[in-house]
Design a protein around this ligand. Structure first.
Ligand code: NAD
Length: 463
């Protein structure tokens, strides 16, 4: 597994051999310590830089960061032995790509002084990059907004020592103090976003609410996680429970024992159920309501791999995969996304599904899997509108290469290449995906809707 490789190349004779061969030496990522969830947000002072037109917005961000007890600086001077914990670039006033030069070069001048695991976060305005600009949009403004996208994604590929670069893109009209801007900024600065790199997350509205306690934002919420017996699903159960939710875990009867162990460890409920059953959603709702009174958060995580080149594909492999990975979430959402089904006790509905970078970039041998995971992204976009009108959100996460039993079945050479194919030069851990899901499930993420957040260490494939 990647940690063994990391240990090997970090010291001793293997380290010098690896260096001679030019093999990657991945950094240890800054991750949350489960025993102390309120560890410092950043590993050092935070520098706030802005473009010429964003002065007031930069002041707002700086005072928010100060209120979180961070050491906030507005110029690039730093003590001889200090290292920057984060740089926040406020680019909301950008009206021409040329305006990027001053803050970009100021950032460049401090890059060699970033602490291990530091964060660079951009705050800018615009629609999601994939969308056309509205009719009548100023080409220079549109160019400037998209320039932030290319700048950030390229910068993230230059960062070292576990540092990451990500951005929040605010729709016009969304204020800097909106819950999802503040909540998104906290997530991206924190250790919770360890394997999110080179990504821009759209905040589409002022929706959502700040939690009473940032370390337990899900108190009062009830969640169901499918495929909870192992891998990513088991970690999602643990992280949602750590954040205060009561959790129901679902898995097939064959995984019943492992499921019970996971659910007992968090005082949750285990439900043995195949998600392809016609009445799966109704059974989940019945159990959640009878044990907890309501259901608020649905995590569609259960999934399978049935890789084969299309020339060798069988109907069992193609149809069997689609049944679990996309038809089951689609069918269950007919119930979960219906008005009045999810939410209660003041907790807003949340539906979060597992997509994959294979559904974005495609992957050889995975026509079935790529189709299903791209289908998840399409389903997410379509449900965002109606569920959003009812005060909820529907989002997806797209993991890249994550170390689980699923990926342990990939042959060794492509497995190692997949690890090295990301900017962070390693595979992610299930907890990295779980943290992103917990953020999207939180009340502060209420302004993020219809999005697919990649948790992939910036895989070189795809956008
Ligand atoms: P995993 O194989 O380790 O775990 C999947 C779980 O889902 C298992 O416990 C399995 O029993 C359960 N499951 C399978 N079919 C089911 C069914 N019909 N009903 C109920 N439960 C069922 O997989 P993982 O690596 O933890 O992946 C979890 C999710 O993340 C999947 O949707 C997967 O496609 C997605 N994903 C994983 C990676 C990765 O690198 N591991 C990358 C991208 C996406």
């Amino acid at each position: 597994m990647s940690d063994t490789y990391l240990d090997l190349v970090s010291s001793g004779p293997a380290a010098s051999l690896a260096k001679k061969l030019g093999l990657p030496k991945p950094a240890r990522l800054r991750r949350t310590d489960p025993s102390s969830p309120d560890c410092p947000l950043t590993p050092g002072p935070v520098l706030v830089l802005s473009d010429g037109g964003s002065g007031t917005d930069a002041d707002t961000v700086a005072s928010d960061l100060l209120a979180w007890d961070l050491d906030v600086r507005r110029d690039t001077r730093l003590g001889e032995h200090d290292r920057w914990g984060a740089v926040v670039l406020v680019l909301t006033g950008l009206s021409h790509p040329a305006g990027l030069s001053e803050p970009a070069l100021a950032l460049g001048s401090v890059l060699r002084r970033l602490a291990p695991g530091a964060r660079v976060v951009t705050l800018s305005r615009g629609a999601p990059p994939a969308l056309a600009a509205p009719v009548g949009a100023d080409p220079a403004v549109s160019a400037a907004r998209n320039a932030v996208d290319g700048f950030l994604r390229s910068l993230a590929k230059e960062l070292r020592a576990g540092a990451t670069g990500n951005g929040l893109v605010l729709a016009d009209g969304v204020g800097l103090s909106a819950p999802s801007v503040r909540g998104g900024l906290r997530f991206l600065l924190s250790a919770r976003s360890a394997f999110v790199d080179g990504q821009l997350l759209q905040v589409g509205s002022d929706g959502g609410a700040e939690p009473a306690d940032w370390t337990r934002p899900l108190v009062g919420g009830v969640a169901v996680v499918t495929g909870a017996a192992r891998g990513i699903g088991a970690e999602v159960v643990r992280v949602l429970a750590r954040d205060g939710a009561r959790v129901l875990g679902v898995d097939v009867p064959a995984a019943g024992e492992a499921l019970s162990t996971v659910m007992n460890s968090v005082g949750g409920i285990a439900l043995q159920l195949d998600v392809t059953a016609d009445d799966a959603a109704e059974r989940i709702l019945e159990v959640a309501r009878s044990r907890f009174g309501h259901l608020d958060i649905v995590v569609h995580n259960a999934g399978i791999l049935r890789d084969k080149l299309l020339a060798n594909m069988t109907p069992e492999r193609f149809d069997g995969l689609l049944a679990v990975n996309i038809s089951a979430p689609l069918r269950m959402n007919e119930t979960f996304a219906a008005p009045g089904t999810l939410g209660g006790d003041g907790v807003a509905p949340r539906i979060i599904s597992l997509a994959s970078t294979s559904g974005i970039a495609g992957n050889r041998g995975q026509t079935n899997y790529g189709a299903a995971k791209a289908g998840i992204i399409g389903m997410t976009r379509a449900l965002a509108g109606p569920v959003g009108e009812a005060g909820g959100t529907v989002n997806a996460v797209a993991p890249g290469f994550i170390e689980t039993e699923m990926t342990a079945s990939i042959p060794p050479v492509p497995r190692q290449m997949a690890r090295w194919g990301s900017s962070l030069q390693q595979g992610g851990r299930p907890v990295d995906v779980a943290e992103a899901i917990a953020f999207l499930a939180s009340p502060q993420a209420g302004g993020v809707n219809g999005q697919t957040l990649r948790v992939c260490g910036q895989m070189m494939v795809g956008q």
